[in-house]
Design a protein around this ligand. Structure first.
Ligand code: FAD
Ligand code: SF4
Ligand code: SF4
Ligand code: SF4
Length: 432
């Protein structure tokens, strides 16, 4: 029997479904399909080559492969003026960014830096094709990666997609068609592209820009189906907008908007209600995310994230924090006419994601803090039970939700004196 990605990754439940193995297979025996929990994974047909290792070489979850930090070192270490932070990775500058035009800004997930950089790359012909995720109007596959050559096609491409997508078709397109490409990716997808580029000269030469999104976790299709049933009574959807900004509320309190396939039912769920509870509890999180500590997409040329800091979250219109790892990206950003851009301290950018970093590390390495250890123990049970059968396991899951809430309450009480001291210290420091 041939030995390939199915044994190293899929059967160990470590596949995130990026589709890179499918794209690089020279005999096309891997095909991406949804598995029983609603995540993509490769399915093998006959014909795998005995001495071939290409799918394994490109997989971000094969342990023997270089990790994201090693890959990033090779790419960015020799940039002029490069700096390094152990969590942020390599960077030349860090910024707060938002679109100048408010109507434009409101369409994006955060401040619109994502849409702006893609627009500028295409308009100024740094690339001729953008690869990113679009709504697919198919209830069984709500979003997919596509390629875009015209600025007007990119108009509707904004927002965050908390739904599985895979890159096999667009990477195949790059391999078959010469050109200059930019692609938007989650950190593990960026790592897969860099690994594939080491072996595949066409991907190396043609993918000019990798645009990363900070990521705490992905969700299976069932996450959206469960929320949709609660919001509009059906999971046969035409589309979901995951980031509807709500006027006069905190930027964190955006809404998910669901539209049924016949467009008759439309409703929103505020993030503060069911979405955030399911998000934070690790329900519907794929198992591969438990093996990932890359928050800041170390292998991407530019990294975008929400400005989860008090001075920004009070503005519902949204701000993007940006890590720029190359001087070319710095030049493009600093000459973009459609955005307001301010350099900010890299430590602030790190602080905005510190809870995500802490959480990923505690899941991966474990935590010595007894409260966090127990909270995560329950979260991992919720993850397992929700991926087995959420509806059937709901009573147990609700008990686990309550246990987590109780531990969180006690934890908050225990750390209250420390928080008060820190707050007083910050006030005194600020008044000096
Ligand atoms: C699964 C996921 C988890 C995230 N977790 C965090 C987090 O923990 N903390 C945080 O600060 N930010 C997180 N983000 C990033 C954040 O939600 C915004 O995407 C980011 O701030 C950029 O906003 P923007 O307004 O600048 O981009 P926009 O102008 O809205 O443009 C975003 C671009 O990214 C593309 N895109 C959206 N989703 C995907 C996807 N899944 N794969 C590939 N491309 C995509 C869009 O098509 C669009 O081109 C996450 C995003 C995703 C998709
Ligand atoms: S080992 Fe080679 S031929 Fe076999 S599935 Fe992987 S890429 Fe394809
Ligand atoms: S390359 Fe991507 S799709 Fe293929 S096995 Fe690895 S994680 Fe899964
Ligand atoms: S948490 Fe890691 S493995 Fe999971 S989707 Fe995000 S980057 Fe990929």
């Amino acid at each position: 029997m041939s030995f390939n990605i199915i044994q190293t990754t899929v059967l160990k439940d470590q596949c995130i479904g990026c589709g890179t193995c499918d794209a690089v297979c020279p005999v096309d025996v891997l095909k991406m399909d949804f598995n029983s929990i609603g995540m993509y994974e490769p399915v093998e047909s006959e014909g795998c080559l005995d001495k071939c290792t290409l799918c394994m070489d490109a997989c971000p979850f094969v342990e023997e492969n270089k990790d994201e930090k090693e890959l990033a070192k090779n790419i960015y270490e020799n940039e002029d003026n490069i700096l390094f932070h152990k969590d942020l990775g390599y960077f030349v500058n860090t910024y707060e960014v938002h679109k100048k035009d408010t109507a434009e800004r409101l369409k994006s997930a955060s401040g619109g830096a994502g849409h702006s950089i893609l627009k500028n790359l295409l308009e100024q012909q740094f690339v001729d094709t953008v690869l990113t995720v679009e709504s697919n109007n198919d209830p069984d596959k709500l979003f997919k990666f596509s390629y875009f050559k015209e600025m007007k096609e990119l108009e509707k491409i904004r927002g965050s997609v908390y739904y599985p997508t895979e890159m096999s078709e667009v990477l195949d397109y790059v391999i078959k068609n010469d050109g200059k490409y930019a692609i938007t990716t989650l950190p593990c997808f960026a790592k897969a592209i860099r690994l594939a580029q080491e072996k595949n000269s066409k991907l190396r030469k043609r993918i000019k820009f990798v645009i990363g999104l900070v990521c705490g976790q992905m969700k299976t299709k069932e996450f959206i189906h469960t929320l949709a049933k609660n919001a509009i009574g059906t999971d046969r959807l035409k589309t979901v907008n995951f980031r509807v900004k709500q006027e006069n509320r905190s930027a964190i309190n955006f809404a998910f908007e669901f539209k049924s396939i016949d467009e008759e039912k439309v409703n929103r769920l505020s993030n503060a209600d069911m979405p955030s509870k399911l998000w934070g509890s690790r329900a519907f999180t794929p198992n591969a995310c438990n093996s990932c500590t890359d928050v800041f997409a170390h292998c991407a040329d530019i990294v975008l994230m929400d400005a989860w800091l008090p001075e920004y979250t009070k503005d519902y219109k949204g701000h993007t924090l940006v890590v720029a790892r190359t001087n070319e990206i710095v030049n493009i950003l600093e000459n973009s006419l459609d955005i307001e851009l301010k350099k900010i301290d890299y430590k602030k950018v790190f602080l905005s994601q510190k809870p995500v970093v802490d959480n990923k590390n505690a899941i991966f390495y474990g935590s010595k803090n007894i409260f966090i250890h127990n909270i995560n123990k329950h979260k991992l049970q919720i993850q397992k039970l929700s991926n087995e059968n959420y509806e059937l396991n709901k009573p147990v899951i609700n008990i686990l939700f309550n246990k987590i809430r109780q531990i969180q309450k006690i934890h908050s009480f225990v750390i209250l004196p420390k928080r008060v001291v820190l707050k007083v210290f910050r006030i005194l420091k600020g008044s000096r």
